[in-house]
Design a protein around this ligand. Structure first.
Ligand code: FES
Length: 114
């Protein structure tokens, strides 16, 4: 292979790979944690809803701390690298519908990337 040629990656295994922070810290920790804000239930709901919606090639995974604790409960979707704050089941539905199913964005829930 020529040194200037870029490697060719295999096709993506998932069309959308969703990581929901479910990190749990001790009560009173200065950064708080997504689990203390209900992230585990929201992640379970997201997984159930994604399946019920018939979304294919989509994976919802529990993640450890994503280091955006102050914005939690938070999640990120790859390959786009778009971050969301999800506080309610309605937020989860909105992300799944607007972003994952329709390919747009749930604009009002997006976190800034800076
Ligand atoms: S605890 Fe969720 S991003 Fe750190």
């Amino acid at each position: 292979m020529n040194q200037t040629e870029l490697p060719v990656d295999p096709p993506q295994f998932y069309d959308a790979h969703l990581f929901v922070c479910c990190n749990k810290r001790a009560e009173g920790h200065p950064r708080g944690s997504c689990a203390a804000k209900g992230a585990e239930g929201l992640r379970d709901y997201m997984k159930t809803r994604a399946k019920a919606m018939g979304l294919k090639r989509v994976r919802v995974n529990m993640a450890g701390c994503l280091d955006r604790c102050e914005h939690g409960p938070c999640m990120v979707i790859y390959p786009e690298g778009v971050w969301y704050k999800i506080e309610t089941e309605a937020d989860v539905d909105h992300v799944l519908t607007a972003h994952v199913r329709d390919g747009g964005r749930a604009q009002e829930l997006m976190l800034p990337n800076a």
